[in-house]
Design a protein around this ligand. Sequence first.
Ligand code: R5P
Length: 315
Amino acid sequence: MEIKILGGNSNRKLLFGICEELGIEPAKHTVSRFSDGEIFVQIEESVRGDDVFIVQSTNPPAENILELLLLADAARRASAARITAVIPYFGYARQDRKDKPRVPISAKLVAKLIESSGFDRVLTVDLHADQIQGFFDVPVDNLYATPIFKKYLFSENPAGLDPEKWIIVSPDVGGIKRARAIAEKLWNLPIALVDKRRPKPNVAEVVRVIGEVEGKNVLLIDDIIDTATTIANAARALKDAGAGKIIIMATHGLFSGNALEKLEDAPVEKVVITNTINRDRGTLPDKVIILDISELLAEAIERIHKGGSVSQLFL
Ligand code: R5P
């Protein structure tokens, strides 16, 4: 069974990056549009009996999800032996429970769509909530970007990283587990928390900083930067509480609305993200650093193909 890599249009650069790491070309395929805008997909070489990996982040537009589903359907009907969805950024994950009357559980619906289109397994990065894996009945490998951030911190040493002076901060209660996991991998740094409330979607209010941040430099950890409200408000509250330098590390840079202006104005030295979502470097403030995740994904694909352990990559 050969590896065949395909992808939709959400992140072609990452698709090619993964293929380069694996030393293979993407399988020949087209993902284009009919003149009315409908999606047209065709796999232009045999995938019969092959181990097919379809790379597609599911950030907006929603067509990204549909491209993923149509590619799976094409691969299944072309008799692929196994089809894996490689979803570097899993969108619709933030609506993962019915916390108000008459709202959907979008993450569950998207998981059902993905599964019913023919995928045998899912590979993703920093799912918004680990328990989303339970919305699937097929295996899900949820990688963490932590090793990539760690490598960056050790090699670049931004703003003079001295473990004695640093603290890990989560910008909300939901991120505390993530912050603790990264703290354990970085000299067991202490952790603190920003108590954030969301009166409505995309509005984030800081209530208070919990923990000793005065005189400390901060690594502010999150999974997603969307409107950048959470991270910018947290940075300001931390500064008010006497924090020194602040570096943000967040896996997925969605950057919607006026996020870039907010990041530019926020009292932070660096905003470190990964390329799970395709971003044009030229449009971003200089303080935004994009780390490449293709090597990690390629390694996971190779291990899945050979039946090796993927959890080794969490270290
Ligand atoms: C929330 O639970 C997430 O972890 C992020 O903090 C949130 O999605 C960021 O959104 P925004 O940048 O719009 O505040």
